[in-house]
Design a protein around this ligand. Structure first.
Ligand code: PGA
Length: 259
């Protein structure tokens, strides 16, 4: 194995599995605070062998970051502004997130793309902002539910095209990409492992163009306690992006603990 590949390989196997809890708009401030306080010790235990990232609403970020300060439970945001600062009423900047205690930020979630019209170019700008302040972006890709089988890979390649120059320009070492098929988000259905693997292979292929990058590939879409063991067998899987099941501590714990 050539030296660069060996280094990448060793880095990859040392990285703990990443569990990103995407609470969307499903947890109010008080609900999120109860979740954190009631399960504080167990969350810390889970984070001994896994990377745990909780992504509450903007409002809750700072309080949760204070609770988990100096622990290995990380706090993530669900979105950020594409602009650094200025007259953008209602937006939240990457710097603001950083100061509030955020270390990860989900960008390009399918709900943002479909319901709020976010474009690939805007997502690339958000990535620029996050990288600029030292927040790790979690870039979501995935085809809408009604996409024909043969159109899935070209769709995802198009989604990734805008972020490649950003990754190359900043010589990003660790890139986290979450593949979430539209048909799986919130539906209770997951695709066959081999179709997820096929998408992962194409994503890996695209990033061969940037040798500095080590990819962490996440799967998201109806990850729950019933599906998790099977999904963990996906080749090159680096973690999960979990929606509904992450709002209930018992299911979240099971997903993390299952072999
Ligand atoms: P789900 O959501 O786990 O509820 O399907 C995943 C996501 O949208 O990130």
């Amino acid at each position: 194995m050539p030296q660069a590949h060996l280094v990448k390989f060793l880095k990859r196997i040392q990285m703990p599995f990443l569990y990103v809890a995407n609470w969307k708009m499903n947890m109010s401030f008080l609900q999120a605070m109860s979740f954190a306080k009631n399960n504080y010790t167990q969350l810390l235990q889970l984070s001994e062998n896994a990377s745990i990232v909780l992504c509450p609403s903007y409002i809750t970020i700072h309080s949760l970051a204070t609770i988990f300060n100096n622990t290995s439970v990380a706090i993530g945001a669900q979105n950020c502004s594409q602009y650094p600062k200025g007259a953008y009423t209602g937006e939240v900047s990457a710097l603001d997130l950083k100061e509030a205690g955020v270390s990860y930020c989900i960008i390009g979630h399918q709900e943002r793309r479909l319901l709020f019209g976010e474009t690939n170019e805007e997502i690339a700008k958000k990535m620029e902002q996050l990288v600029g302040v030292g927040i790790q972006p979690i870039i979501c890709v995935g085809e809408p539910a009604d996409t024909q089988q043969e159109d899935i890979i070209p769709f995802i390649i198009t989604q990734l095209r805008s972020i490649i120059p950003v990754a190359a320009h900043h010589q990003i070492a660790n890139l986290i990409i979450a593949y979430e098929p539209g048909s799986a988000i919130g539906s209770g259905q997951t695709p066959a492992n081999n179709s997820i693997e096929k998408v992962f292979e194409h994503i890996q292929h695209i990033f061969l163009a940037i040798p500095s990058v080590t990819l962490t590939l996440l799967y998201g879409g109806s990850v729950n306690a019933a599906h998790a063991s099977h999904l963990k067998k996906i080749h090159h899987l680096g973690g999960f992006l979990i929606g509904n099941a992450s709002t209930n501590f018992q299911s979240f714990e099971k997903i993390v603990s299952l072999e």
